[in-house]
Write a protein that binds this ligand. Structure first.
Ligand code: NDP
Length: 262
């Protein structure tokens, strides 16, 4: 049976673990060759080896999306290894400390979050687009990983501003790349159980209660949405933001709880 991504070359940034890893595994399971591009080169190699052990095609490269040369080399590597680049998933991010007091925000933290989360996606897209535009059968696609933080207030000022910027970058690139058949979309996850939350089980349990669907998300929930948007099933979808959030953006639990307690 042919798989949705047979013959595809896919780059996923920040894919050594968490949502990026689940996404890479999903593409590999559906026939793609996947480049695990991560700041942690050792972990990236481990993840690629695990995917290969499961019968998938995967390679690893150490990549810092904050550095142009590193990004350009990673994209070139994918084209070299797979012979084609069809899908880019911009997943790497930076999220500095949250300050309740906004006046404590430092220039360095603000700059780092924007540089990795927003400018990193720009750098990767800039390097990838010429290849995506040449992808066979107009199948090139970019999927940006945003956040509910980019769409509503959830704290983390600089991270949230960067994620909101990604929504705009998604729209801009979608129109720019459309004549060449490249689609650009964004998935905005709610709370997802990944190593980013390690050691904070209590908060995750509490957070689950705020979700209309009664649980927090798993990395595979996001991987499924990314794969859909990258696939031919989404051939007429571009420039959209898809919340994959258990309904949290649609609920006003603070307000409704206050009403219930009246
Ligand atoms: P994790 O922190 O679990 O994994 C992120 C990976 O990205 C790590 O391997 C990390 O490497 C790597 N990375 C960090 N900086 C860079 C960089 N400069 N260049 C390349 N790779 C880098 O993240 P999640 O899986 O939780 O999150 C993935 C995406 O999902 C992010 O975009 C995040 O904003 C988004 N998201 C996550 C949510 C959640 O609740 N988990 C909610 C909403 C959105 P290292 O270990 O060396 O730092």
């Amino acid at each position: 049976m042919t798989e949705r991504f047979d013959g595809y070359g896919v780059v996923v940034t920040g894919a050594a673990r968490g949502i990026g890893e689940a996404t890479a595994r999903r593409f590999a399971a559906e026939g793609a060759g996947v480049l695990i591009a991560d700041l942690d080169g050792v972990a990236a190699s481990r993840t690629a080896a695990a995917i290969r052990a499961d019968g998938g095609r995967a390679e690893a490269v150490r990549c810092d999306v904050a550095e142009r040369a590193s990004v350009d080399a990673a994209i070139a590597r994918a084209v070299d290894v797979f012979g084609t680049l069809d899908v880019l998933v911009n997943n790497a991010y930076s999220c500095g400390e949250h300050h309740d007091d906004f006046t404590l925000e430092s220039d360095e933290e603000w700059q780092r979050d924007l540089d990795v989360t927003l400018s990193g996606a720009m750098r990767c897209s800039r390097a990838a687009l010429p290849h995506l535009m040449n992808a066979p059968r107009r199948r090139g696609a970019i999927v940006n990983i945003g956040s509910v933080n980019g769409l509503s207030y959830f704290g983390n000022h600089s991270y949230s501003a960067a994620k909101a910027g990604l929504v705009s970058l998604t729209r801009t690139l979608a129109v720019h790349a459309a004549p060449d058949g490249v689609r650009v979309n964004l998935v905005a996850p709610g709370t997802i159980r990944t190593p980013a939350w390690a050691g904070r089980e209590e908060i995750l349990t509490k957070a689950a209660g705020s979700y209309p669907l009664g649980r927090i998300g798993e990395p595979t929930d996001i991987a499924a949405a990314v794969a859909f948007l990258a696939s031919r099933d989404a051939a007429w979808i571009t420039g959209v933001t898809l919340p994959v959030d258990g309904g949290i953006l649609n609920s006003n639990s603070g307000f409704t709880d206050a009403l219930a307690a009246e």
